[in-house]
Design a protein. Structure first.
Length: 462
């Protein structure tokens, strides 16, 4: 396998990585610094000689994760010069391989392409494909000016379209895989005219599919400027403000995310799906059984939650008072003996993740596109007891990184983790190859439809 590859901007050198070749920290756009801060991604300038691409590039600037103490640091190295990607390729033998492009999550505020849980070596080698992991601007730097982070992803996918054949990939078979906020970003891409034709299938895992209205984004921008003691007339000063000050103001203003701006993102993706206007590519849509139990890791008091406190806790997640009251009443009637802890997570997971996923699956299937739905049900364990199948627990199984990812420790005493991980990798690789997640290892997986709402289960028993 060659270690040096020619790209349009210059030559790059990768590394052999146990059966595949990896190229890490490959720039796909010019560094968005100085006058390019808060500007759309620009083409990367050419470089002379051979650029060493053996190490991952820095992550986008971000505040410390509230889960860092239990799940590890997601972004040790950070810089505004963050528009890079990582590539793992199974071979350069002249046979074009399917391409799987990963978009990381983190509520559009944290994460990176270099997280230990999402290294692409095993997917590339076991799936005989080319794996790419994209970075994009986060928080205020990515979304204060509407949708710069989405524009970064478009630039990254354009790089894949134009360059991936040099790495053994097939630019006509590109599947985009988003997890968490990454799934929301991918749904946005499917609703964006500028991203049309850049992907031919998508895996949407554990997305909440929340986007901002223009009005909500304007409120967030005003709060951000107030935190910096600026007003709209002073917005030009943001270009020279220290990154630390921007991150502090971001923490004060709340989360930034994609915005329905009437231009790049003409309508909310959920509305586009309901109208049958998403790009009609095959979809795999998945959720975890206990998505919100990740909150137990940083708030152990949830385990002792009283039934009378469930409504207020749901409202703290953004659920309206009326919706929370209705959901609690229904759940209490259905499960009169359930604890407050169980009721809270059942309802929160349903409202924040499972219900939006079903609506998306129904709408996309009704438009005539192939849709396959799954539920991840393999729970983990910790010193506090069973942890449930919480948000992100599936990633070290999909990527085969249980031994190097901090979250992988929740599977130390779960013997089913290895075979479930093999099936997940095989399913996603099969989907990237042929547009359906079926293989001898995975077995039957029916298409989703209004009349056949069957979800595949990744669990101890199946």
């Amino acid at each position: 396998m060659p270690l040096v590859v020619d790209t349009r901007a210059g030559r790059i050198r990768g590394r052999l990585d146990r059966g595949v070749t990896s190229f890490r920290g490959v720039p796909f756009a010019r560094a968005p610094v100085g006058p390019l801060r808060f500007r759309p991604a620009q083409p990367v300038p050419p470089w002379p000689g051979v650029r060493e691409c053996g190490e991952p590039g820095p992550a986008a600037p971000q505040n410390p994760s509230r889960f860092a103490a239990v799940l590890g640091d997601r972004a040790a190295s950070q810089s505004e010069d963050c528009l890079s990607l990582d590539v793992w390729t199974a071979g350069f033998d002249g046979v074009p391989r399917p391409v799987l492009v990963f978009v990381h999550g983190g509520d559009f505020a944290e994460g990176s392409a270099a997280e230990p849980a999402v290294r692409g070596r095993r997917l590339a080698r076991g799936g005989d494909l080319v794996f790419v992991s994209l970075q994009y601007r986060l928080g205020a730097l990515g979304f204060l000016e509407p949708n710069l982070g989405l524009r970064d992803l478009v630039a990254g996918l354009e790089w894949v379209r134009d360059e991936i054949d040099a790495f053994g990939g097939d630019p006509r078979r590109v599947t985009v895989f988003g997890h968490g906020a990454g799934a929301t970003a991918v749904e946005c891409l499917l609703a964006m005219p500028s991203a049309s034709g850049l992907c031919h299938g998508a895996v949407l895992a554990s997305g909440s599919y929340d986007v901002d209205s223009a009005e909500r984004a304007a409120e967030r921008r005003r709060a951000f400027l107030r935190a910096l003691e600026l007003d709209a007339r002073d917005a030009g000063k943001l270009g020279s403000a220290p990154v630390a000050a921007l991150l502090a103001a971001q923490a004060h203003a709340g989360g930034f995310r994609p915005v329905v701006d009437g231009g790049l993102l003409p309508v909310a993706p959920a509305a586009a799906a309901a109208a049958g206007e998403l790009s009609r590519v095959p979809l795999v849509i998945g959720t975890a059984r206990d998505e919100t139990r990740i909150l137990d890791l940083i708030d152990p008091s949830l385990r002792e939650l009283a039934r009378g406190e469930v409504t207020a806790r749901l409202e703290s997640l953004g659920v309206s008072h009326a919706a929370a009251l209705d959901a609690v009443a229904v759940a209490e009637q259905r499960e009169p003996a359930a604890s407050g802890h169980a009721l809270f997570h059942e309802i929160a997971t349903e409202l924040r993740y499972a219900e939006p996923a079903r609506r998306l699956a129904d709408a996309h299937a009704a438009a005539g596109a192939p849709v396959f739905v799954y539920r991840f049900e393999l729970g983990g364990a910790s010193s506090a007891g069973a942890s449930g199948a919480f948000h992100g627990l599936d990633l070290p199984l999909v990527f085969g990184t249980r031994r190097i990812a901090p979250v992988g420790r929740f599977f130390d005493d779960v013997p089913e983790a290895k075979p479930v991980g093999r099936r997940m990798r095989d399913a996603f690789a099969a989907f990237a190859r042929a547009g359906a997640p079926r293989s001898p290892l995975v077995g039957p997986w029916p298409r989703w439809s209004a009349g056949e709402r069957t979800a595949y289960r990744f669990s101890e028993s199946g």
